[in-house]
Design a protein around this ligand. Sequence first.
Ligand SMILES: CC(C)(COP(=O)(O)OP(=O)(O)OC[C@H]1O[C@@H](n2cnc3c(N)ncnc32)[C@H](O)[C@@H]1OP(=O)(O)O)[C@@H](O)C(=O)NCCC(=O)NCCS
Length: 322
Amino acid sequence: MTKPRPVGIAGSGFAVPPRRLTNDELAHRVDTSDEWIRSRTGIAARHVLSDGLETSDLAAQAATAALDQAGLAAAAVDAVIVATVSADMPFPNAANLVQAKLGIPPVPCFDLGTACAGYIYGLSMAALLIQAERAETVLLVGADALSKLLDWDDRSTCVLFGDGAGATVLRPCEAGYGLLGWNLGADGTGGEYLKVAPRADAPGGPRYLQMAGREVFKFAVRIQPRTCQAALDEAGITAEQVDWLIPHQANIRIIDAAARGLGIPMDKVYVNVDRYGNTSAASIPLALAEAAGQGLFKRGDNLLLVGFGAGLSWGAAVVRWP
Ligand SMILES: CC(C)(COP(=O)(O)OP(=O)(O)OC[C@H]1O[C@@H](n2cnc3c(N)ncnc32)[C@H](O)[C@@H]1OP(=O)(O)O)[C@@H](O)C(=O)NCCC(=O)NCCS
């Protein structure tokens, strides 16, 4: 079999809404404390939508930054994929709204769910489009505003999440660079553990994000090393050869466990959960864009990206920085 066409990240960008919400502010609303939230999750603050901003506004802002960094005009985009579970509305797609906001030509645009694993799923699908020569330039955005789905009186969930978007531009690249391997998986029997549904005590009532925190925690700790190892095997590298682990930013204890499980030291792990909380599908591309913006990656660095979440769903990808 001939090797698939190499696909790399040509640009990245991110956006968060201006409204920053601290743990102390949350402690005025629910029975919690800055100390509890920091010690259990590593989160100090998160950003949330306000003043009429919507998920697609964040996505468009991140996408514009990614295209600018890639030195590409909107006219160069051959497909738009937005990974999101909190689009502005059930339809049209967030991807179509981004297309309209940026003036992207009438190319295929679609949303992809898969919650916090959405960006890794999107990365794989974008690469397949380019490898199949159906597209040269794919704009892939992870964007979520779970603040819209939270029960702000439920302390067990409302402290964990934040809103944001991260975007990457995928293009054919030099052989030996770009996406070297990926792994995806799902287990629908665990769907109950993290869902948007009416509360058990109000079956006809509004739908909120609900979570069995401990179950999700155990799942996350179990799945990350496995899916990472499968992606590393496909890429033909070992965990020792990873220069940067960019994990889904859900909880510092889950990130620590993933790094430990893979034998990757914490100084090779990019962490921003303290400032943004869990931004769902935005989390990985936001971290990637922020780290890239700080000039942390050098040519040839092996990046290991890993996501997990509702579904249950998971995925990992190995990307060699061009
Ligand atoms: C949610 C999570 C932080 C809870 O941490 P934990 O150490 O497991 O805490 P526990 O579930 O043992 O709860 C301990 C107590 O804290 C309480 N508690 C929950 N949220 C609280 C909060 N914000 N402030 C104060 N106390 C809180 C609980 O009610 C419980 O009280 P109880 O013992 O009286 O019943 C943790 O389970 C977690 O991170 N899970 C994964 C969540 C996640 O990442 N989801 C997204 C995946 S994409």
